[in-house]
Design a protein around this ligand. Sequence first.
Ligand code: PMP
Length: 448
Amino acid sequence: MTTEQSNLFYLATQPRPFLDHGEGIYLYDESGKRYIDGSSGAMVSNIGHSNPRVLAKMKAQMDKATFGYRLHFRTHPSEDLATKLAGLMPEGLDRIFFVSGGSEAVETAEKLARQYAVTQGQSSRWKVIARTPAYHGGTLGALALTGGKLFAGPFAPMFQDMPHVKAPTCYLDRDNLSDEDRGIKYAEMLRERIEAEGADTVLAFIMEPVGGASTGALVAPDSYYKRIREICDEYGVILIFDEVMTGAGRTGTFLACEHWGATPDIIAMSKGLGAGYAPLGAVAARREMVDALMEAGGFLHGFTYAGNPLACAAGLAVLEEMEEQNIVQNCAAMGEVLHARLKTLMDRYPFIGDVRGKGLLQAFELMSDRDTKDPLPKEMNAHSELVELAYARGLILYSRRTRGGVEGDHFLVCPPLIITETQIDEIMAILIDSLDAFAANHDLPVMG
Ligand code: PMP
């Protein structure tokens, strides 16, 4: 059965079958067809589907209480999850605020930064500089950061636009700079923007440490992260990392910021935290920032479902599973395997222009010419066609035609972090079959 008749409405998409069940890295539709969840949904299902230990712990909580309002009761799942998470954060970021999703986490981070600045007598600071392209969420406040025509376009008059700087799309640059110099070049754009806006009006800078849906696993040179931190310090700008996609192990460390030792002041997380078992997100902030807020009467913010015991019990069970099964370590190891395998595709398909990523946040991008970096023609609709070819063959990919001054069809390959090498081979076999079909449809060359 397909979704032709439904009361639901979403972004226009292909008709899809009904989901029946999931198991590990696989999903099954009602006809019994099996799909490899090659994108973990939207980079969510980090520990795979239907994990029996997580389900048992959730059931135990359900039998006790599924909800207890946080102004009426403390709950063990929320307290325990906060303690556990605080222990996984960079030194000093041990104050935790729970939410139910990524957009909520991002807006919570912004409001926390703003209220903190006000307590410090810096009420003139309110602008949050974001990068473009980026994705920070779909609610009106988060959209002001996401920017761009695709998601924000029709809604632009409804929110206060925020300033943007170019995301470090170094792989497209054709200058003679070294990678490290390119990192500095892009980081310095932040300084220019801060000065152009007036430093006393700039509250924060927000970025995805490894780009997600917006840029397709964009990783900046090491120098970028270091210089960004220095610039924020110099101008008293709060550094927010949006780790909604990268957090909870996805890049091979618990948080992506660990790769560069560039400690942000606030971290927003979601997706892999609930890992598809519950809608859950969290914000971690520096202790002194939160202390200042609390002294000033508390954080003027909150959501009804924030910190609810069922979602937190799920989150706690997910973290325990990650620890017990060494899932982050597996992600780091399998990330290298997947990256190397994807790289080999460049020998076979000249129209694959770039392979990038960290851990199991990997992507490849199609180009009409690897040297000029020109994208495939938009009308070819490659991002959608290749996804459908793979879907028909039982592999789920996540793709996007990048907007925001950069054009290109990229495909995220982000399986659950529990994947094995044999299962990576399964992904590659279907991917090759799908790319061959794509090439044949468009008379594109295939080598060997
Ligand atoms: N930030 C990032 C980096 C994301 O990838 C997303 C979701 N794709 C969000 C924020 C928004 O999360 P949600 O859709 O759960 O509101």
